[in-house]
Write a protein that binds this ligand. Structure first.
Ligand code: GLN
Length: 530
């Protein structure tokens, strides 16, 4: 039987609840427990696949092709586990399943209601992840903040879970903000008191309160929160800002968060094995060199849009002793000319994206990297832009383009063989992990050190094989291909220190303790050239 830990948020959003969940999951796994995680998102969309990254940050893709909230990325990176599309639940999915059932007469003429039908559907999703994963502990994060109208059915469902599975199988953690008021030079607990009151008014009594604050909390403050919120003093866990998010699990271990959780859940587990993680944090603190990498995209005003790419670059830096400084570059700003913005960069990344805005700027960035021989990593749309650039400026096809951006004479990026045409938003994309054979004698093979790899995809268009010969003459080599030989997965440029483009998005598989080989090789190439 699994135990359940529910994590809610109070006071404000963006408190880093996801990192709290990921860090606690990491600590529990290090004690030998099997851990799985769910994120419950109260919005009405089916999934974040069609939402603007400028609102919700990146879409994280799971092995099985789920388009998920970016918090799943934190969970996978910290806990070093693969999750599935079932691990991200939205109100939209819950209502969709209920209403489809209703149309099929599943409710026998009964009235369909939020309680019990919606709450039961939510609980069933949680229980089904518990059953599929066979995990000892299921961490469940509820998106949004207590008090949001749209979150109410989720809060009610997790309240009921305590009755369904028993009080010693459920634990509630509330993550709140302790703001610092500069004029009074004081940290304030009142918002936390109010938010706990709100939680209690819907029937949930928190067992643990995690307090996010800019400055360290005093013992007095902890005691005050314990008293006013009616919880044990040791269960008030400080979570002060740290330089690197990867320090958070060690801070929690110091506050005994994992031990408190185990005691309250009546769970036996071994001691926490944190040596590898301690080495990681020591490596992060001891980075001796700095390299500057430019990320050219159209959502750079919200860097969370490229969260996994940024983390993967950092992970590779940790492994190579280099602090990777990121320069965010708005692709549209490069459309008139680009030397200024790109000057002084040690490496350039053009990450994934959709739509034509900024594409000409991305193509210019690829050209700049090719001509100036700066290490370049093109990911998905970034790879497609690099191919278009080569076709236009080297292969002599000035009207080369992608069918995504409308008609062009030479669609070097086009539909794959047998691929259906677009059928509404979210349809016909290649999603999730696919195999790729990495060709010998390439940078990619040197990086991976193996021939067969699996990488996660999220794109609709492919490299048009009709142009392969012409592109090869222009200096492009195929470095990765699907086992049936039909789809080009990785391209590289000859005669360049490091110019690699992948149709898949390798960033979804990088972990701080197991950085992705392509990112590591990219940083290595940068360190060699700068
Ligand atoms: N828009 C491109 C496609 O659909 C690339 C997608 C991406 O970068 N993930 O093929």
């Amino acid at each position: 039987m699994s135990k359940f830990i529910f994590v809610t948020g109070g006071v404000v959003s963006s408190l880093g609840k996801g990192i709290t969940v990921a860090s606690l999951g990491m600590l529990l796994k290090s004690r030998g427990l099997k851990v799985s995680v769910l994120k419950l998102d109260p919005y009405l969309n089916m999934d974040p696949g069609t939402m603007s990254p400028l609102q919700h940050g990146e879409v994280f893709v799971t092995e099985d092709g789920g388009q998920c909230d970016l918090d799943l990325g934190h969970y996978e990176r910290f806990i070093d586990t693969n999750l599935t599309k079932k691990c991200n639940v939205s109100t939209g999915q819950i209502y969709w399943s209920i209403l489809s059932g209703e149309r099929q007469g599943q409710f026998n003429g009964g009235t369909v209601q939020v309680i019990p039908h919606v709450t039961n559907a939510i609980k069933n999703r949680i229980l089904s992840v518990a059953e599929d994963s066979g995990a000892d502990v299921i961490l469940v994060e509820i998106g949004g903040t207590v008090g949001d109208i749209e979150g109410l059915p989720f809060f009610e469902a997790i309240r009921q879970m305590r009755i369904d599975v028993g009080a010693d199988s459920c634990l509630y953690i509330h993550v709140t903000l302790i703001p610092y008021i500069a004029a009074a030079q004081e940290l304030k607990t009142k918002p936390t008191q109010h938010s706990v009151k709100e939680l209690r008014s819907i029937g949930i009594r928190p067992d643990v309160i995690v307090c996010r604050s800019e400055q360290a909390m005093t013992e007095d403050l902890r005691a005050k929160i314990a008293l006013f919120c009616d919880i044990d003093e040791e269960a008030v866990i400080p979570n002060t800002d740290v330089e690197s998010i990867y320090e958070v699990p060690l801070c929690f271990a110091e506050s005994r968060l994992d031990e408190i959780v185990l005691e309250k859940l009546n769970l036996e587990a071994g001691p926490a094995k944190l040596d590898e993680w301690r080495d990681l944090v020591a490596a992060i603190k001891g980075l001796s060199r700095t390299v500057t990498v430019g990320i050219v995209g159209k959502y750079v005003s919200l860097p969370d849009s490229y969260l996994s790419v940024a983390e993967s670059l950092r992970h590779a830096g940790f492994a190579k002793g280099a602090h990777v400084e990121l320069r965010w570059i708005e692709a549209e700003d490069l459309e008139q000319g680009c030397s200024q913005e790109l000057e002084g960069l040690d490496g350039i990344v053009v990450p994934g994206g959709f739509g034509s805005r900024g594409v000409e700027g991305k193509i210019r960035a690829a050209r700049y990297a090719r001509e100036k021989k700066i290490p370049f990593f093109g990911i998905s749309l970034g790879m497609q832009c690099a191919v278009i650039e080569l076709a236009r400026n080297v292969a002599g096809l000035p009207d080369a383009g992608s069918v995504e951006f409308g008609e062009c004479e030479h669609p070097v990026i086009s539909f794959g063989p047998g691929q259906p045409e677009v059928t509404g938003l979210g349809g016909s994309m290649r999603l999730g992990a696919y195999p790729c054979l990495v060709q010998a004698g390439t940078h990619s093979r040197e990086a991976y050190r193996e021939e067969l790899v699996h990488e996660r995809h999220r794109h609709r268009y492919e490299l048009n094989r009709e142009y392969l010969d012409i592109l090869a003459d222009a200096g492009m080599r195929v470095a990765g291909i699907s086992p049936d030989g039909q789809l080009i997965e990785i391209i590289e440029l000859e005669d360049h220190p490091w110019f690699v483009g992948t149709l898949f998005q390798p960033e979804f598989k990088s972990r701080p303790t197991r950085p992705h080989p392509l990112f590591v090789h990219f940083i290595e190439a940068i360190l060699k050239t700068c």
